[in-house]
Design a binder for this molecule. Structure first.
Ligand code: PFF
Length: 453
């Protein structure tokens, strides 16, 4: 590569694998099944799908357009496309969000690695109360989760340091098909259990009386988190996409892949939970407490348990590399650091914040901000404030600053978006997306409750 050539994705499949790898993560396998369980099943899923289509997909396309048009990192892209304005601060926002998300993401991914080994240990044979105790003592332990979190962060750094093509693209191309196979095996296992159909019914037969206003808002927030939107991750990846790629097609394929894997994760988990007479509304502990309980009661459970946590770790890794890349791209392009130095620095900084996050569930749990410990605070700020706000600004930037003709010209390289669709897209990014996001944002920070009582 010459000194000035920018690293990039080398094939269409590579782009899809990397972008879908970013989207498919803890959000799909850890969060989606438990929020579906908490907010009423099929009715929640229908609302979520509506948001994915009407808001998520247009914003994903917007991020790709900004990235490929500018060929810069999340901050540099706004600086290049709108040099004299304040838009570049949207990028700063995104890089800040990347730090916060990666720090708690690494902690949960660390637990997942720990659970791979747990599958074959004595603890796995315990009663439901013992499994619950295992989880709570793991998260509170001052050293063990920190160790696994650091292992995970080193793996993430190792992939990123290799670069966009050699590292991110190649690793995603290998891991994403493995992830698909693992999830399909787990689906077959769950669906062939006696009593699984009750769970299928819960997932696919909507009962709108179970859907609350909160559920609708959680669905929108989750659409952002799940599709990796609102902090410039897909701007950064878009900047590595070849001009011959069809951006509309890519955005549709990535959105579909993310949604299908979330549903498949729901099918792997919820019917199994029902089959063993457990409740799907456990919350964040669903996969760390309820699920091991399910596995230990089924034939071949230890193997399926291990497969599940390998699946979760793979999903988390391909997402974490995309978050780290947001920071590394910024460090290399704006601060002119070498990729190696930038990766080490970004990994060390996010890991340190991650250690504090992990300890905030144990020995530092006394330190709270607005009643939240650091872990919950970072989760709250990023998912409920930074991502929705970033997504809203990105939609406004594409809708109002770039405008129809520039957007069309970028999309038309390698693809097209004909008449009606372009008009619909502009409507969504100018009005529908920003207004809906504003509602979630106000809800997220509690202002909506004050306004509407
Ligand atoms: N989409 C990832 C998930 O579902 O787990 C999380 C994520 C990745 C959020 C990248 C935001 C981001 F920029």
């Amino acid at each position: 590569m010459s000194k000035h050539a920018r690293d990039s994705f080398s094939s269409k499949f590579g782009v899809i694998a990397a972008a879908a790898g970013s989207a498919i993560g803890l959000g799909n396998i850890w969060k989606f099944p438990y929020v579906t369980g908490l907010y009423g099943g099929a009715a929640f899923i229908i609302v979520y799908l509506g948001f994915i289509t009407l808001i998520g997909l247009p914003i994903m396309l917007s991020e790709f357009v900004i990235g490929r048009k500018s060929r810069r990192n999340a901050y540099g892209s706004f600086k290049k496309l709108a040099p004299t304005s304040a838009w570049k601060y949207v990028g700063v926002f995104g890089i800040g969000a990347a730090f916060l998300i990666l720090s708690f993401y690494g902690v949960v991914a660390g637990w997942s690695i720990r659970y791979i080994f747990f599958s074959f240990s004595d603890a796995y044979q315990g009663s439901s109360a013992e499994i619950s105790l295992f989880f709570s003592s793991l998260v509170k332990n001052p050293t063990e989760p920190v160790f696994y979190q650091l292992v995970f962060m080193c793996l993430t750094g190792l992939v990123v340091v290799l670069g966009v093509h050699k590292g991110i693209e190649n690793v995603s191309k290998v891991l994403m098909p493995i992830l698909l196979v693992l999830i399909l095996v787990l689906d077959v296992r769950a669906l062939t259990l006696d009593g699984a159909m009750e769970g299928v019914h819960f997932l696919f037969n909507p009962d709108f009386s179970k859907l609350s206003f909160d559920g609708v808002l959680v669905a929108l927030g989750h659409a952002f988190f799940s599709l990796s939107l609102g902090m410039g991750t897909l701007i950064t990846y878009g900047s590595y996409v070849n001009k011959k790629n069809n951006l509309v097609k890519t955005a549709i394929q990535v959105t579909l892949a993310d949604t299908i894997i979330a549903i498949l994760a729901g099918i792997a988990i919820i019917p199994a939970v029902f089959a063993f007479g457990l409740e799907p509304s456990e919350g964040p502990g669903l996969i760390f407490i309820t699920l091991p309980n399910v596995f230990q009661n089924m034939p071949g459970g230890a193997v399926f348990c291990m497969m599940f946590f390998i699946l979760l770790t793979i999903a988390a890794l391909t997402s974490a590399i995309s978050i780290l890349e947001v920071i590394v791209a910024y460090f290399t392009e704006e601060l002119k650091l070498k990729r190696k130095v930038a990766t080490v620095l970004a990994t060390v900084l996010t890991s340190l914040l991650g250690v504090i996050c992990s300890l905030s569930l144990g020995i530092y749990s006394g330190y709270t901000f607005f009643t939240l410990n650091v872990f919950d605070l970072l989760d709250f700020i990023s998912a409920n404030i930074l991502l929705p706000l970033g997504g809203m600004l990105i939609a406004l930037f594409v809708g109002w600053h770039l405008g129809k003709y520039k957007v069309f010209r970028e999309i038309a390289q390698g693809g097209t978006l004909k008449g009606q669709f372009l008009v619909a897209f502009m409507f969504l990014v100018r009005y529908l997306a920003p207004i809906s996001i504003l509602i979630v944002f106000l809800k997220g920070i509690g202002l909506l409750d004050l306004i509407i009582g």
